[in-house]
Design a protein around this ligand. Structure first.
Ligand code: PLV
Length: 322
């Protein structure tokens, strides 16, 4: 079996973001992974650990976990069934089918699709692949921080790490990687959109809560409940997690700016993190003393995503009046 499915992605310096923030901004380009997002790291690792002689895998996904699972299944020669909610754009369904997966559309949001995936794993004897809540996923995602640390060179630490939160798997994986390289004193800025804000809601409530629904267009951030481990990290204070929200408009504007400046198209889930730079949020956190001034280099996890193309971008702009 091949060693792993993910690639060592480029760590690029963004001239335009560095100019905006007055510090060097590094972008970890997870959009360039096979299957289009960081998800391949965790899902590749998890499938290697769990799948063995599996009859097939089943994964419920907003899109990208499914893309990664379908890719890995194809490489491993096992069938993949991906369950997506009806909120996933048609282009995701097509891309999943192009990967060779059987696609089922069930329910309105990811949580509905997940219930169906669990049912299918039992009734059909398929290996269940969770998109964000599993230690093997976090172990796999952690490799991204090991790569960044190796690229930056020994002794160089970022001043903060900026990422998006859906169900919290990326957050847990990044923290795992930070533990491994001794970066636990580096704060994380954990971004969600209003209406897909399960981590922020849990922090406010002081306990894990389940959102009534997902009203954001960032469907790949649309888990109604954050994973327990992510919430525990947010309480532990190490690393410090700054949980912030942006609007869909801000996330969409960020995608547009990123396309212009870096010539890379990413989806709304990723736009949430980018918006922290472009909307002035990082600067505001510095003014409030929640991030240091001057700030050592900022590391942005460009998590990527396949739920976007030029048509989808135009449709989102129309819908959100931008
Ligand atoms: N997307 C998951 C969960 O959706 C999925 O099924 O694909 N950035 C991108 C591009 C993503 O696709 C996701 C998660 C995230 C960020 C957030 O990662 P998480 O869920 O590990 O916090 C409901």
């Amino acid at each position: 079996m091949q060693e792993h499915f993910h690639l060592n992605t480029p760590l690029l310096e963004s001239v335009s973001m560095s100019k905006l923030l007055g510090t060097t901004v590094y972008m970890k380009m997870e959009n360039s992974q096979p299957s289009g997002s960081f998800k391949i790291r965790g899902i590749g690792h998890l499938c290697q650990q769990l799948t063995g002689r599996s009859r097939g895998i089943v994964c419920a996904s907003g899109g990208n976990a499914g893309m990664a699972a379908a890719y890995v299944a194809r490489k491993m020669g096992v069938p993949a069934t991906i369950v997506v909610p009806s909120s996933s754009p048609q282009l995701v369904v097509r891309r999943l089918q192009d990967e060779g997966a059987t696609v089922r559309i069930v329910g309105k949001v990811w949580d509905d699709a997940n219930a169906e995936a669990l049912r299918l794993s039992e009734s059909e004897g398929l290996t269940f692949v969770p998109p964000f809540d599993h230690p093997f996923l976090w172990e796999g995602h952690a490799s991204m921080i090991a790569e960044v640390s190796a690229s930056l060179g020994s002794g160089v630490k970022p001043g903060a790490i900026l990422l998006s939160v859906g169900g919290g798997g990326l957050l847990c994986g990044v923290i795992q990687g930070m533990k491994d390289v001794g970066w636990m004193d580096v704060p994380i800025i954990a971004m969600e959109t209003v209406g897909a804000d399960c981590l922020n809601a849990a922090i406010k409530a002081g306990k894990v809560v389940t959102l009534d629904g997902i009203t954001s267009e960032a469907k790949c951030l649309g888990a109604k409940t954050v994973c327990q481990r992510a919430f525990e990290y947010s309480r532990s204070g190490e690393p410090k997690i700054i949980s912030e929200l942006v609007t869909d408009q801000q996330a969409l504007t960020a995608i547009d700016t990123f396309l212009d400046e870096e010539r890379v198209l990413v989806e709304m889930a990723c736009g949430a993190a980018l918006a922290a730079v472009y909307s002035g949020l990082i600067r505001r956190l510095q003014e409030q003393g929640r991030l240091p001034t001057p700030l050592r280099p900022l590391l942005v996890i460009v998590c990527g995503g396949s739920s976007i193309n030029m048509g989808e971008l135009s449709a989102l702009k129309e819908k959100l009046h931008i």
